[in-house]
Design a protein around this ligand. Structure first.
Ligand SMILES: CSC[C@@H](O)[C@@H](O)C(=O)COP(=O)(O)O
Length: 356
C-alpha cells in the first residue's frame, strides 16, 4: 500500500509526523487551526501541496462543530484563520493560493441570498475536502505528462536514469507526488532504469523521506550526497533531473528546496534536461520574477546538529536559507497537470490552456 501522510474524515485530521520519519511512523492529531499552524511551521508536515491541504483541513476540523449566528461571522472566521495559516511558512505559494480561493468562495456564499449559514458552512467544508482528491488526480496527470516529456527527449525505447532532489512524493502531497509522481509513472511504464535521490542537506528530506518512499514502494533507487551530483552526472548517464517547486514566478524562475539551483547549473554543464514538476497551484503569476519570492531562513541548529548530536564547531556562524531560486533559463520545462510549459512563455501558455 502506498504511503499516506494525511488521513482525513469529517471532523478528524491525522498527519504522519515527518519529524519522526524514517525511524518511527506515528500519526498525530490536528485538532484545529492552531495545531495546523504549528505542524506546518515545525515541519511535521512539509512539501508545498501537503502544507496547503493540511492548513485548509485544519480549518475544516475547527469549524465543523462550531455554531455561527450569521454568514458574516462565518466569513470573518474563515478569512482570519486562513490568513493566519498562510503565515506559518512564507515560501511555498500553495497555501496562499488555496486561502485566496476559499476566501473568494466564502465571499460569494455570503452574498448568495438563497442559502443560509448552515448551507454556507456545508459548501465551504465540501470545497475544502475536495482538495485531497484533486491533488491526487493532478499528481497523476503530472506523472503522465512528465514521463512522456522525459521519454520524448531521451528516446522512447530506452529506460532512463533520473535524479531528483528533496521530497515530492506521497509525503509532500495528498498522494502519488509531483516530481516523484513522474518517477513513479516512469516505473509503471517499465521505463525507469534507476532513480538517484540526493540527501538534501541540511534537513535531509531526500535521505529521510524520499529514500523511505522509494524503499517502501520498491523502486530501483540509490541515495547520493548533495556534493556528488556533478560526479554522478559524469559517471552515470543521467537522462533528466526532475524536482518539485514551492513557487514558480510568472517568468518561470522557480523556488525549490535549497540545493536545487546548483543541480540545475551542473545539469546545464552536462547537457542534462532539468524539469520542474508542480501543480498549477504552485505557480504564482502575480509575481514577475524569482526576485520577489521570500526565502525562508531556518534555525542554525538544522545545520549544526544531526538529531541531538552536534556536528559543527561551537560558535561558528550559520546561514540557513531553506530554498533557492533556479533561473528560468536553466529549466527545460515546467510539468503541470495541464501540460508541460516552456518557462520562458509560462504566463502566455497557461493563459491559453486555461482560457483566461
Ligand atoms: C511537492 S513539494 C515541492 C517542494 O515543496 C519540496 O521540494 C520542498 O522544497 C519541500 O520543502 P520543505 O521545506 O521540506 O517543506
Amino acid at each position: 500500500m502506498s504511503l499516506q501522510s494525511i488521513k482525513y474524515a469529517p471532523g478528524k485530521l491525522d498527519i504522519l509526523d515527518q519529524l519522526l520519519l524514517p525511524v518511527q511512523s506515528k500519526y498525530v492529531a490536528v485538532k484545529g487551526v492552531e495545531d495546523g499552524w504549528k505542524a506546518i511551521n515545525k515541519m511535521q508536515v512539509r512539501g508545498a501541496p501537503a502544507i496547503a491541504i493540511v492548513g485548509c483541513l485544519s480549518l475544516a476540523v475547527e469549524i465543523l462543530p462550531e455554531q455561527f449566528d450569521s454568514k458574516k461571522s462565518l466569513r470573518q472566521e474563515i478569512e482570519g484563520k486562513l490568513n493566519y495559516l498562510v503565515s506559518a511558512r512564507p515560501t511555498a505559494v500553495n497555501m496562499k493560493i488555496a486561502a485566496d480561493e476559499l476566501i473568494a468562495l466564502a465571499n460569494e456564499l455570503t452574498k448568495d441570498e438563497a442559502i443560509d449559514v448552515q448551507e454556507m458552512k456545508q459548501r465551504f467544508l465540501a470545497a475544502t475536502e475536495a482538495m485531497l482528491q484533486k491533488d491526487i488526480a493532478d499528481n497523476k496527470a503530472i506523472g503522465t505528462n512528465g514521463a512522456a516529456a522525459i521519454l520524448d527527449i531521451s528516446g522512447k525505447d530506452s529506460s532512463v536514469r533520473v535524479l531528483t532532489h528533496c521530497n515530492t512524493g506521497s509525503l509532500a502531497t495528498a498522494g502519488y507526488g509531483t516530481a516523484l509522481g513522474v518517477v513513479r509513472k516512469l516505473h509503471e511504464l517499465k521505463k525507469l532504469e534507476h532513480v538517484y535521490c540526493t540527501e538534501t542537506r541540511p534537513y535531509n528530506q531526500g535521505a529521510r523521506l524520499t529514500a523511505y518512499e522509494l524503499v517502501h514502494d520498491k523502486l530501483p533507487a540509490t541515495l547520493v550526497l548533495d556534493s556528488m551530483v556533478a560526479a554522478l552526472m559524469r559517471a552515470k548517464n543521467i537522462a533528466a533531473v526532475v524536482v518539485g517547486a514551492d513557487r514558480v514566478a510568472a517568468n518561470g524562475d522557480t523556488a525549490n528546496k535549497i540545493g536545487t539551483y546548483q543541480i540545475a547549473v551542473v545539469a546545464k554543464h552536462h547537457g542534462v534536461p532539468f524539469f520542474v514538476a508542480a501543480p498549477l497551484t504552485s505557480i504564482d503569476l502575480q509575481i514577475p520574477s524569482g526576485d520577489h519570492i521570500i526565502i525562508e531562513e531556518r534555525p542554525d541548529r538544522e545545520m549544526t546538529h544531526v538529531g541531538e548530536h552536534r556536528i559543527a564547531a561551537p560558535g561558528i556562524n550559520c546561514w540557513n536559507p531553506a530554498f533557492d531560486v533556479t533561473p528560468a533559463a536553466l529549466i527545460s520545462g515546467i510539468i503541470t497537470e495541464r501540460g508541460v510549459f516552456s518557462p520562458q512563455h509560462l504566463k502566455h501558455e497557461i493563459s491559453a490552456v486555461l482560457g483566461v
